[in-house]
Design a binder for this molecule. Structure first.
Ligand code: SF4
Length: 220
């Protein structure tokens, strides 16, 4: 699909779903720690747990001082709590060693892919978490590939059927022009939550069904 067709498709989705308000407003550090907590968990558990953690320990210094056992106790609802607690503490240590502070603002000076590479050295941080931090925390033009983006990009034929989500992070940057990236992420997430669900997508109500390979293959 060429960039112009992708643009039309995103405009169609925007008209269909209307303007959406951002669901959260975290800075880069908050994005990072909440993303580590969210891995293999769901938003309904992760974000209240993270917000409670921030109330209990309002600075990163206080969180580090609280230590492993206290944090573990606080985040156990999110699952895999021992690993996530270790990853959070180790990530905070590495950031402090790099900056003398608990801040990721230095990454604003980096090229996006170099910034992503730096973040991916942190324990528990892969391309998706790193991209979320840079996109939402630092306003870079990248595309986090979550389960909705991955599934719908394949169904539409924008990425190859067998491409994994990690590879798709780089691939999408080559084919989605910068001005469309934010919208690509937003519109596909909304679409994935509403009609283009993993099971039983509601293709008969879909405003972009004519551009969809999945619909074509299943209606033949
Ligand atoms: S036609 Fe179906 S599979 Fe294709 S984008 Fe729409 S809802 Fe998803």
């Amino acid at each position: 699909m060429n960039p112009n067709n992708i643009k039309i498709l995103l405009e169609t989705l925007y008209e269909f779903y209307g303007k959406q308000n951002p669901t959260r407003n975290y800075d880069a550090m908050e994005e990072l720690i909440s993303c580590i907590l969210s891995q293999n968990s769901n938003d309904k558990i992760t974000f209240p747990t993270f917000d409670q953690l921030r109330i209990q320990y309002p600075t990163w210094e206080k969180l580090v001082q609280a230590g492993y056992q206290n944090i573990l106790e606080q985040v156990k609802a999110v699952g895999l709590a021992p690993t996530k607690t270790k990853n959070i503490l180790q990530s905070l240590k590495m950031i402090y060693e790099k900056t003398g502070d608990y801040s990721l603002h230095f990454l604003s000076e980096y090229e996006p892919l170099k910034a992503r590479q730096w973040l991916e050295q942190l324990p528990g941080v892969g391309p998706k978490t790193a991209t979320i931090v840079l996109t939402f925390g630092l306003g870079m033009d990248l595309i986090p590939v979550d389960t909705h983006i991955h599934r719908i990009s394949k169904r539409l034929g924008i990425i190859p059927e067998k491409m994994d989500a990690n590879t798709a992070h780089d691939y999408l940057l080559q084919i989605i022009p910068k001005p469309l990236r934010n919208s690509y992420h937003q519109q596909l997430i909304i679409h994935g939550r509403n009609l283009c669900t993993a099971r039983n997508p509601k293709c008969n109500q879909c405003p972009i069904s004519k551009s969809c390979l999945f619909e074509k293959n299943n209606s033949d």
